[in-house]
Design a protein around this ligand. Structure first.
Ligand code: NAD
Length: 368
């Protein structure tokens, strides 16, 4: 890629990174001029939200433990009413993409400022992408107003994330980095971030799986997730993200786990033949075959390897194929029904990623 002419979109965010950075929360809220915030989390993370609210001191009004994956509109509406009723002046979202997703939806509809404290590796805090689900359909859009003003990454808060969730969430982050390497709008800056993210994530994941309390590995994993999230926010994702959106959204399967299962199979197709992305990923992972490396990493770390075990039925394969080929989007190789069928069938069975033919591998293709 030429380094003398490119476009890179960097999104504004103040990031505080490192162990103990959560202690800066009161000062950050003061900096944002907030004195009556709500602390958002998912059900089950109330203790974490309570601890965050305590840290906020007099600046916290309440906790709101009702964030739900894919941001149902009913949850957003109820939260809006809570904000209005109690004259809340800002939100602190602590947790994963579900919690931050609700914070972003509220930032969109109420324009109240958001501070994010991510404790998974999904990367939503780094993107202007919002999503709200109504009647089973998820509507997404891009709007810079949903970006958190401040992001606090504190690895100590990720120590309680179960090992299996840590692994699948780390693979979700790896998917952002991998697809950024062949994005139509990639730049030398996103290439740099994606390579560094892939390196940090894949070196830290085995260490975290072996010892979830390994502070140093948790720090590297969160660092990689930050960079991968920045790639997700700065570039256009391709087939892998489209497929996971269709599979996870329409079949209601868990987001990060679907990413972990599908990633090696899409990469087997998109990285077939000599490409810049294949070289960059090989270098980052220090592996001659990044596809096999990622597939065996899933197996080695005990992550799910088949869509079947996540609850998908074989009859769903055809509807995934038709939904994934229905609308145009960019991909480094042509997206044909035949290719999608092969990818989804392999992911469904959990078989080793197949060697795809390298014909017409060169062009960025928009599916008609
Ligand atoms: P999640 O937020 O649902 O979290 C996964 C699980 O981890 C939950 O059960 C949660 O309670 C638990 N958890 C979180 N922090 C924990 C902690 N510190 N200790 C113990 N458990 C903890 O899932 P996710 O994968 O982080 O996010 C998925 C959602 O985010 C999806 O809806 C996806 O579409 C969205 N997303 C959006 C973007 C974007 O740019 N808009 C990017 C990535 C993901």
């Amino acid at each position: 890629m030429r380094r003398d002419a490119f476009v890179h979109t960097a999104h504004p965010a103040r990031v505080l990174f490192g162990r103990g950075q959560v202690d800066q929360l009161p000062a950050e809220l003061d900096r944002m001029g907030l004195s009556r915030v709500v602390v958002i989390c998912t059900p089950g993370q109330e203790a974490l939200a309570d601890a965050i609210a305590t840290l906020c001191g007099h600046r916290a009004h309440s906790t709101y433990p009702h964030a739900t994956m894919h941001v149902p509109s009913s949850v957003t509406t109820a939260a809006e009413q809570h904000l209005a009723k109690h004259r809340i002046d800002g939100a602190v979202a602590v947790g994963g993409g579900s919690s931050i997703g609700l914070g972003k939806a509220l930032a969109l509809t109420t324009e109240l400022p958001l501070l994010a404290i991510p404790t998974t590796y999904a990367g939503s805090e780094m993107t202007p992408i919002w999503g709200i689900t109504s009647d089973g359909e998820k509507t997404t859009g891009r709007d810079v107003r949903v970006l958190p003003h401040t992001v606090l990454y504190d690895p100590d808060l990720t120590l309680t994330l179960p090992t299996s969730t840590s692994v699948s969430s780390g693979m979700n982050a790896l998917a952002h980095a991998a697809e950024a390497l062949y994005a139509p709008d990639r730049s030398p800056i996103t290439d740099m971030m994606a390579g560094e993210a892939a390196r940090a994530l894949t070196s830290a994941l085995p260490a975290v799986a072996a010892n979830p309390a390994d502070h140093s590995a948790r720090t590297d994993l969160l660092y990689g997730a930050w960079l991968a999230g920045a790639c997700l926010g700065a570039t256009t994702m391709s087939l892998h993200h489209k497929l996971c959106h269709v599979i996870g959204g329409t079949l209601d399967l868990p987001h990060a786990e679907v990413h972990a299962v599908v990633l090696p199979h899409v990469l087997a197709y998109n990285l077939a033949g000599p490409t810049h992305a294949a070289d960059a990923l090989s270098q980052a992972l220090d592996a001659s075959n990044p596809v096999e490396y990622i597939y065996s990493l899933n197996t080695r770390l005990g992550s799910a390897t088949s869509l079947q075990e996540l609850g998908m039925a074989r009859e769903d394969i055809e509807s995934v194929v038709s939904r994934t080929t229905a609308n145009p989007y960019s991909n480094p190789r042509p997206v044909t029904a035949e290719a999608i069928r092969a990818i989804v069938s392999d992911a469904f069975d959990g078989s080793s990623p197949r060697a795809h033919s390298t014909e017409s591998a060169a062009a960025i293709t928009v599916v008609a």
